[in-house]
Design a protein around this ligand. Structure first.
Ligand code: ADP
Ligand code: NI
Length: 222
């Protein structure tokens, strides 16, 4: 159960984020934050982390995403700290939330991932659930369009990135992004509950890709 101070902080955050993320067309709009928050809390019912830390981190996880801020993967946690301080959130909670925001983002297929807490695993799994399945497909093409990416280029091979900088600088087509990230996520889920929830979404994506190549009349480019 949240205490009244925690409820006040969450309500204020919701208001600020609804406004700040209302115009996004890259799949990182308010409703992405809303779904990640709800799925985080759903996973947390089984995994039993600290619900306040899970909820605030989920709401703030994309506050300054490196994909949109010029590539700085530390900016998000600093931005979150500013907002939480303004809302008089306890410092010990801010420290935990910043750590999670620094850990959730995907940095390349072969880049080692660190999750220092169960809350970090939960929020990352919930963010990844929103990157796969029907919503994941929709978000991928919305993102690709917003970044002027080709939908698919039969001449470009998908690549499993070994470093964050290689991943960050890649300009892959949206279909290649499925091979470089989205189809890998169900195996990278960190909680038992997240793994379970990912299965049907992953199957749905595999069916989509199969149908895509059937219609394109070529083999998958992997
Ligand atoms: P993460 O921090 O792990 O990247 P986000 O919630 O910020 O998670 O957003 C990830 C989503 O952005 C992906 O699931 C996908 O929909 C979209 N995306 C990111 N990179 C690409 C890309 N190169 N091509 C298509 N979509 C992409
Ligand atoms: Ni996200």
């Amino acid at each position: 159960m949240k205490n009244p101070e925690q409820s006040r902080i969450i309500s204020a955050l919701e208001l600020e984020l609804k406004e700040g993320f209302s115009l996004d067309s890259s799949g990182h709009d308010w409703w992405h934050l809303y779904r990640v928050r709800n799925n985080s809390l759903k996973i947390n019912l089984e995994e039993k982390g600290d619900a306040f830390i899970v909820e605030t981190s989920a709401l703030l996880h994309d506050i300054s995403d490196w994909k949109f801020n010029g590539g700085d993967d530390k900016q998000g946690a600093l931005e979150a700290e500013k907002i939480l301080k303004k809302l008089a959130c306890p410092l010990k909670d801010i420290i935990r939330i910043k750590e999670i925001i620094n850990e959730v983002t995907f940095k390349g297929a072969n880049v080692k991932e660190i999750n220092s807490s169960i809350e970090s695993k939960i929020v990352q799994d919930a963010d990844r659930l929103d990157a796969i399945g029907a919503i994941g497909i929709a978000r991928a093409f919305a993102y690709g369009g917003s970044k002027n990416r080709l939908m698919f280029d039969p001449n470009a091979k998908a690549e499993l990135h070994e470093s964050f900088s290689a991943y960050k600088n890649s300009k892959s087509s949206t279909i290649n992004h499925f091979y470089e990230k989205l189809l890998l996520l169900s195996d990278k889920m960190k909680t038992t509950t997240g793994k379970k929830l990912a299965q049907s979404r992953n199957e749905y994506m595999k069916d989509f890709i199969e149908q895509f190549f059937l219609e394109w009349d070529t083999d998958s480019n992997i």
